[in-house]
Design a protein around this ligand. Structure first.
Ligand code: CA
Length: 232
């Protein structure tokens, strides 16, 4: 059966006009509708005005930097995929980007093909998430609604960021199974992390604070030297 895919729209916020224009051209040629802002504050204005399927942000921007913009985007929409462009391959940049709610990052200079691939992967994931109806995952009293992205433990609603949600979803899909940091990096962040990064441990802690801290039974457990397991 043939399915038609509606044109997906992308907001691109990048102050280097040459890069922005080249990316817009490439993405447009690949069937995406692209709005460009050369300034962070203008990017946010566009985001507030229009419906986008994905956001690509540079970090160093006039008006409002990429991290601030990413946080503001996340505050409005927990699910929209965000890719950050960074000039430096610094670990702190990546961690700060993920903390701000980015789903992925790309280091300049990059091949357009690499960016296109990331765009496709992230858009595919969100369109798949939108299809099923009444889709729940459960572990003990924890309930994840894959459609509305609501998380509850017992009767208590839990607010998660997009990345925390993805991490929890991965742990629950693999409940009672020990998953390594490398498994998590590959499946949740879709990249191979530098081996000494602690970003996964940092996110596990965020999740523990939200889903386990106030409950006697701790679902997320550390398996020393092996990784993590969510047990129900
Ligand atoms: Ca810049």
């Amino acid at each position: 059966m043939l399915t038609t895919v509606a044109e997906r729209s992308i907001l691109l916020v990048e102050d280097e006009q040459k890069i922005a224009d080249a990316l817009k051209l490439g993405l447009t040629e690949n069937g995406y509708e692209v709005d460009v802002a050369y300034d962070g504050a203008i990017g946010m204005k566009l985001f507030n005005k229009q419906q986008y399927d994905l956001v690509i942000l540079d970090i160093n921007l006039p008006g409002m930097n990429g991290y601030e913009l990413c946080r503001a985007v996340r505050a409005k929409d927990n699910n929209i995929p965000v890719i950050m462009l960074t000039a430096l391959n610094a670990l702190t940049d990546k961690i700060e980007g993920y903390d701000a709610g980015a789903d992925d990052y790309i280091v300049k200079p990059f091949e357009f093909k690499e960016l296109l691939l990331k765009v496709r992967v992230l858009l595919k994931r969100t369109s798949q998430q939108n299809i099923p109806v009444g889709n729940f995952l459960k572990a003990d009293e924890l309930e994840i609604n894959l459609d509305s992205k609501e998380v509850k433990r017992g009767n208590i609603a839990i607010q998660l960021t997009a990345k925390e949600f993805q991490l929890l979803e991965y742990l629950v899909r693999n409940k009672n199974k020990v998953v390594s940091r490398a498994d998590i990096a590959l499946n949740v962040w879709e990249i191979d992390f530098d081996t000494n990064t602690n970003v996964i441990d940092v996110y596990i802690n965020y999740l523990r604070n939200k889903i386990d801290k106030r409950f006697n039974k701790k679902l997320i457990q550390t398996q020393v030297g092996m990784g993590y397991v969510l047990r129900d």
